[in-house]
Ligand binder design. Structure first.
Ligand code: PLP
Length: 454
């Protein structure tokens, strides 16, 4: 019988997260305080994050111990299985071996709890009573709702309006775990009210929802803000994915030639990829590929600039690939990939050519997501389908070249609550959006006083 799953025992769960900042050939450009133009200090960030997470954000310690209380919650679903996609390989007729790390087995159905659990824990021990956050597809909002309930913290989620309307079940999950969830832009914040006045029909964006969540956190007592991607500490928490995968791949007797992940803000990609980027920095021949939608081509078309993480310019300026903080992406079905920026860590590695980026149109993603569901059984999240499309491209190239190749990717979540997107695809209603250079130029030039890190 062919082996499909490579499982680790609970006792083999990694005890540390890996911090790529210790090994990067070039350090990150510091985030800047927009008022002073100087690097932000920990005190600048204190109104929105607890000090323990701010320290983690700024740390360059290579191995960061995972607290026992976090490990105990991780064990609810971790170690996650590494699986071999024999049937998808067969359906493609490829000589390539395709392995995937199944992050869809978590209670919320994606990789998001890997950071939601530690963020809730660190806020709890810092005495925080309530968190606010944004969510795109609803995966992060539901993951943090669960984590906050497990650590007894209140939570309000600002959910991008288009997803709020398309995905009522995600909202119900958040309610089930005891959180409050409102569509963004909302009437509950000044930012939301301003945007609604100007654009009453806006589908919303992650940039707007982040502004609302920060405004709420800063204005409320005992409340901090939590972000589901982009930041260094989120990427750090997600490295548990790649660290487990390294152990499981070695049990399988394999070394990946290519490591792939989809990219919204960059956290699941960071999670699977960073431990392998370390191998690449140490001299291993390995390709590492981040995949984004061609409707929101942050890494492939966005310039490397200093920009805000949110629309209302409340966050520090971060050195990253960006389409401009006012960019409102088309109403793509992969809500979690509709973000104007990408993690500074991922951006820096891209500049340094340690990783590559590719964009894929959404109909190609659904074509391969469907092939996946019909061969492997599991229905992937629309975000995950971007990684699957890139895997298919690599596997078909291997077939064309008659080469054996080992591909590893992050199966970042299941799509059981995203079936309206599959319905739209199956009934021929999905279209592709290609962003023109002119459109990008216009959102970038709207930034005004544009700073370039390089
Ligand atoms: C299943 C899934 N995959 C990927 C992403 C993209 O986020 P990130 O780039 O931070 O991994 C999301 C975001 O909501 C998601 O829900």
């Amino acid at each position: 019988m062919q082996r499909i799953k490579i499982n680790l025992d609970e006792s083999e769960i990694p005890r540390h997260w890996y911090n790529i900042q210790a090994d990067m050939p070039n350090p990150l450009h510091p985030p800047l305080n927009p008022a002073t133009g100087k690097p932000v200090s920990p005190d600048d960030l204190a109104p929105i994050f607890p000090m323990n997470l701010i320290e983690q954000e700024m740390s360059s310690e290579r191995w960061v111990k995972i607290p026992d209380e976090v490990l105990e919650k991780y064990l609810l679903w971790r170690p996650s299985p590494l699986m071999r996609a024999h049937s998808f390989e067969k359906a493609l007729g490829t000589p390539a071996k395709i392995y995937f790390k199944n992050e869809g087995v978590s209670p919320a159905g994606s990789h998001k709890p890997n950071s939601a659990i530690p963020q809730a824990y660190y806020n709890k021990i810092a005495g925080v009573k309530r968190l606010t956050t944004e969510t795109g597809a609803g995966q992060w909002g539901s993951a943090l709702s669960m984590a906050c309930k497990l650590f007894d913290i209140a939570l309000k989620v600002y959910m991008v309006r288009i997803s709020f309307e398309h995905k009522p079940y995600r909202k119900m999950m958040m309610h089930t775990w005891g959180a409050e969830c409102v569509p963004s832009p909302s009437k509950d914040t000044q930012t939301g009210r301003n945007i609604l006045e100007l654009y009453p029909d806006t589908p919303g964006s992650l940039g707007i929802a982040i502004s609302e969540a920060i405004e709420d956190a800063v204005a409320s007592k005992d409340t901090k803000y939590s972000l589901g991607s982009v930041l260094n500490f989120v990427c750090l928490h997600q490295t548990i994915i790649g660290l487990e995968a390294q152990k499981q791949m070695s049990i399988a007797g394999e070394n990946p030639d290519v490591v792939i992940g989809c990219v919204g803000g960059g956290s699941n990609f960071a999670g699977i990829a960073f431990p392998y980027v370390a191998e690449k920095i140490a001299g291993k021949n390995i390709r590492i590929l981040g995949v984004e939608p061609s409707a929101c081509p942050t890494m492939t078309k966005g310039p490397f600039i200093y920009d805000h993480g949110d629309s209302a310019k409340m966050t520090p300026l971060m050195a990253m690939h960006s389409l401009g903080h006012n960019f409102v992406p088309p109403p793509l079905h992969a809500g979690g990939l509709r973000y104007h920026g990408v993690a500074p860590l991922v951006s820096r590695l891209l500049i340094d050519k340690l990783i590559e980026a590719q964009s894929v149109p959404q109909t190609e993603c659904y074509k391969y997501a469907l092939l996946w569901a019909r061969s492997e059984g599991f229905i992937p999240a629309p975000e995950t389908s971007h990684a699957i499309a890139a895997v298919a491209r690599e596997a078909l190239k291997a077939k064309e070249e008659g080469k054996e190749k080992t591909i590893l990717f992050c199966w970042s979540g299941h799509g059981l609550l995203d079936l309206s997107a599959y319905d739209a695809y199956l009934s021929g209603k999905l279209k592709d959006f290609e962003l023109s250079d002119k459109e990008i130029e216009s959102t970038i030039s709207a930034i005004g006083d544009l700073k370039r890190p390089l």
